[in-house]
Write a protein that binds this ligand. Structure first.
Ligand code: MN
Length: 154
């Protein structure tokens, strides 16, 4: 590996949870994954790292895709609040809460009705594609009234 480098080692924070030289992207490239009002910024991604750190922001009333996969997530709430579903566990989220998403665990993040939900998410650099629930899996999840209320945004 070359000794000389012009890589960016410092990026200043800007107003409103943006950073110099960090592009605000669509949340997902997959057109069929259901979600609403989510943006994604890749803060750290380097082939020498085994992980990536991203900042996601869900606008009020929005939500991420309900999905599961082999790779894990480590999440820190950085802005606003809302709620999350991890397996069959529904939790309110406030600033600086930490959430671990274990492998093969259904998960979804929702912003509050009147506040955004911004969070850091650490993920494996090499990872499998998320899987979406089938109709029968979704029906099974909704047998739990707390989970049902969460999934229906109530
Ligand atoms: Mn995920």
């Amino acid at each position: 590996m070359s000794e000389s480098t012009n890589e960016t080692t410092f990026r200043a924070a800007r107003e409103g949870f943006h950073w110099d030289g960090v592009e605000t992207r669509r949340y997902k490239d997959e057109p069929n994954a259901p979600y609403r009002e989510v943006t994604r910024q890749i803060l750290f991604s380097d082939p020498r790292l085994k992980g990536e750190l991203r900042y996601f922001e869900v606008a009020p009333g929005g939500y991420t895709t309900l999905e599961k996969h082999e790779h894990m997530h480590a999440v820190l709430v950085l802005r606003g609040g809302g709620a999350c579903l991890i397996g069959d566990d529904v939790r309110a989220l406030k600033l600086n809460d930490l959430v671990t998403v274990p492998p093969w665990t259904w998960h979804q993040f929702r912003a509050g009705k009147d506040e955004p939900l911004g969070f850091l998410c650490l993920v494996n650099a090499e990872r499998d594609r998320p899987q979406l629930p089938s109709d029968s899996e979704l029906a099974e999840m909704k047998r739990d009234p707390t989970v049902r209320a969460f999934l229906e945004g109530k």
